[in-house]
Design a protein around this ligand. Structure first.
Ligand code: PLP
Length: 360
């Protein structure tokens, strides 16, 4: 079987060029006589790999000098705890709940302090982004937290909330490097790489210098302190060395295509193909408010569970895999991250049209 069109929400499709390139270097990286997998993370050759990866993501996102880039472990769920442990000086934080991942972060933070949901779209199954222009942000809140792109529900913040001067912390796992962003608007931007950037096992956190301190909650383990990782240039302990190397290759791939502005154009084109079809279809329909639609995750339904299951099964038999919606919402979801080629979306829509005709 050849490569399929993989619409998984994560781990997800990676650029074929990157995989081929990594395969070519598998036995002998750059004359070292070994795979990056086999290499000491303290070696000069590895140091160059991680330093170059950092430099490339700094270039791509135009990260200001007063922010550190940290390659961390423990997935998104560890950030749910690490953020409050490092930032809760007053033990207060305000969360905007736009989906399951924001809610999980909110629940985790509650273990450490007084945490309030200042807005939520749970009333309509997270199918929209609430108005965040004038929220009851508390005077002494340590930060305001969002999940910028909601992987499960397929919504995205198109404008950032008015945090009334408080530091904004954003989980960008499912929209990382999909378009340009202004890092200076955030205190912390973090994302798991397993959707748009690389193999699962790495979280990239971009943290403003003044938030990196020893003044953390009592009992915070060394591994969960941003300062420990910043002081050690992400090499405090053995990092997921190979995975970071692949991330570095993806950064170069994005650069070769013209950077994040070019990515945005590509992603808008791809998403438009699918959304335009959904808006014209008699069988399929999108599930979220149009103005809040994500460019990355596109959920849709037929309204009939059996028809959904039939579609998913036939799609898979035709090489379009992982289209089942998240287990908590059902229906379908096409994740169309950076590495999904336009052709993959065009072919999916072609298949959907055919399915619609046959099942009218
Ligand atoms: N945040 C978002 C937006 C996600 O989509 C996910 C997982 O899919 C997570 C957090 C959780 O990440 P992890 O499984 O790495 O803990």
């Amino acid at each position: 079987m050849g490569r399929v069109y993989n619409f998984s929400a994560g781990p997800a499709v990676l650029p074929e060029e990157v995989l081929r390139d990594a395969a070519a270097e598998m036995l002998d990286y750059n004359g070292s006589g070994m795979s990056v997998m086999e290499m000491s993370h303290r070696s000069k050759v590895y140091e160059n790999i991680i330093e170059e990866a950092e430099k490339d993501i700094r270039d791509l996102l135009n990260i200001p000098d007063n922010y550190k880039v940290l390659f961390l472990q423990g997935g998104g769920h560890t950030q749910f705890a690490m953020v409050p442990m490092n930032l809760m000086k007053n033990r207060k934080a305000d969360y905007i709940i736009t989906g399951q991942w924001a809610k999980k972060a909110f629940q985790e933070a509650k273990m450490y302090g007084d945490v309030v949901a200042v807005a939520s779209s749970e009333d309509e199954t997270y199918s929209y982004i609430p108005d965040c222009s004038d929220l009851p942000i508390r005077e002494d809140a340590d930060y305001v937290y969002i999940c910028e792109n909601n992987t499960i529900y397929g919504t995205k913040f198109k404008t950032l909330p008015n945090t009334k001067g408080k530091d904004l912390v954003a989980d960008v796992s499912s929209c990382f490097l999909s378009e340009p962003m202004d890092i200076s608007k955030y205190g912390i931007v973090w994302g798991g790489v397993q959707k748009n950037i690389g193999p699962a096992g790495v979280v990239i956190a971009i943290v403003r210098d003044d938030l990196i301190t020893d003044d953390v909650l009592e009992g915070t383990p060394s591994m969960l302190r941003y300062k420990v990782h910043a002081d050690n240039k992400s090499l405090y302990n053995t990092p997921p060395a190979y995975n970071i190397y692949i991330c570095g290759k993806v950064f170069k791939w994005i650069k070769s295509l013209g950077g994040l502005s070019a990515m945005k154009v590509r992603n808008e084109e791809k998403a438009k193909i699918l959304y335009d079809f959904l808006d014209s279809s008699k069988l399929f329909k999108g599930t979220v408010r149009k103005e809040d639609r994500s460019l990355m995750n596109v959920p849709f339904i037929t309204g009939d569970k059996e028809m959904d299951a039939k579609f998913i099964k036939e799609a898979e038999a035709n090489g379009f895999v992982n289209l089942k919606g998240h287990r908590s919402v059902g229906g379908m979801r096409a994740s169309i991250y950076n590495a999904m080629p336009k052709e993959g979306v065009e072919k999916l829509v072609e298949f959907m049209k055919k399915f619609e005709k046959e099942n009218a």
